[in-house]
Design a binder for this molecule. Structure first.
Ligand code: FES
Length: 116
């Protein structure tokens, strides 16, 4: 009988998956968010929700406002331009049927990494 160690497979996949530096944990206070710039004009928004870090695409699907400039209240980011709200854990829009891309975030040695 063959046994599969899915935890090890997940770990190996995370170790080989590309990641971007999200900076130090201490530099993003609870309730704050910031922009992470990627190559080719892409951007991510990184959020600190009570010490848990989440990342989504940064541009609002409505008219393209940067969500990292919005207002974060618990798990909800509200876009500054027209008020659409999104759950940063799932990317689900709470205002209309839309969804943001979300990204896994890991913290290693006090440094935030976003798996892209
Ligand atoms: S651009 Fe975000 S709600 Fe309009």
């Amino acid at each position: 009988m063959q046994s599969l160690d899915t935890d090890n497979q997940d770990l190996e996949q995370k170790e080989t998956q590309p990641a971007v530096d999200g900076g130090r944990v201490d530099d993003l206070a609870v309730g704050n968010c910031k922009t992470i710039e990627l190559p080719e004009g892409r951007e991510l928004a990184l959020y600190n929700v009570n010490g848990e870090f989440y990342a989504t695409e940064n541009f609002c699907p409505h008219k393209g406002a940067p969500l990292a400039a919005g207002t974060l209240c618990d798990h909800t980011i509200e876009c500054d331009w027209h008020g659409w709200q999104f759950d940063v854990r799932t990317g689900e829009c709470l205002t209309v049927p839309e969804k943001l891309e979300t990204y896994e975030v890991v913290v290693e040695g006090g440094v935030i990494k976003v798996l892209i």
